[in-house]
Design a protein around this ligand. Structure first.
Ligand SMILES: [Fe+2]
Length: 252
């Protein structure tokens, strides 16, 4: 199925499509200033007032096992705060789990639109999907090892879920083709890479060297994902930019 991302069409969102209406719009904007006096400093103050009054964005649950409680106590004696670790691990768990769904959505785009020379193959998308799933399992095991509850939504997990909700939304949008959907995977893979890097550093800081090694292996895999997604986007975009190559398997 052919559906190009950059097809010429009757897009009327810019003012240049209506010279008369566009001119009137500019005149109107110049004539009528905002009816609220003052500048943007009012909203800054208002935001600050709300930030001071509001409570924290949830909390990190205490360890659920005796072993976990003991570990937390030992960490605190050593000057470390394992709640930070649990918070960030909770964030990673949620994101990796969502990553599985993102690749499932990309696989359905592949089924509808097909791929292109240098684009993603079914095997590649399925492999990455399984990688994300095994990363989720790794994070889950790590939280359990620390005596935490992997089903708990930590503050960092809550934040990230809210922040990145647009990614699954665009990947499941029926108007979006495979090449366009890859931008969502790029966002996810960039976050994956930065987050594993931070987790490795944090694990070392808190003396969890074995976990740091596991996380390093996850990061190695995420670096491969990122390189692949970037190359798919590059080949697909260049192919679309070349006139007359549509027949030779240009991205749908
Ligand atoms: Fe990934």
């Amino acid at each position: 199925m052919e559906r190009k991302a950059s097809e010429l069409g009757m897009n009327k969102t810019g003012i240049a499509t209506s010279p008369v209406g566009g001119k009137k719009t500019i005149e109107g904007a110049e004539k009528y200033s905002p009816d609220v006096p003052g500048d943007a400093s009012g909203i800054w103050k208002e935001r600050q007032a709300y930030a001071r009054e509001s409570e924290n964005l949830g909390s990190v649950p205490p360890p659920v096992t005796m072993k976990g409680m003991a570990k937390t106590a030992v960490d605190m004696l050593k000057g470390g705060r394992s709640t930070v670790f649990i918070d960030k691990l909770g964030q990673r768990a949620g994101f990796e789990r969502t990553g599985v769904r993102l690749y499932e959505a990309a696989l359905s785009k592949l089924d509808v639109f097909g791929t292109w020379e240098g684009g993603p193959s079914r095997e590649q998308l399925e492999k990455i999907r399984l990688d994300e799933l095994s990363h989720f399992a790794l994070v889950k095991r790590s939280i359990e090892k620390l005596g935490g509850d992997p089903t708990a939504l930590t503050p960092a997990a809550d934040l990230q879920a809210n922040m990145s909700e647009g990614v699954p939304r665009m990947l499941t949008d029926p108007h979006v083709n495979l090449l366009q959907s890859l931008d969502g995977l790029l966002t996810a893979e960039l976050v994956d890479n930065a987050s594993w890097e931070l987790l490795i550093e944090l694990a070392r800081e808190l003396g969890h060297t074995a976990l740091a090694e596991d996380f390093q292996r996850a990061l190695d895999v995420e670096q491969e994902h990122l390189a692949l997604v970037r190359s798919w986007i590059a080949t697909g975009t260049m192919l679309e930019a070349r006139v007359g190559e549509e027949a030779a398997g240009a991205p749908a």
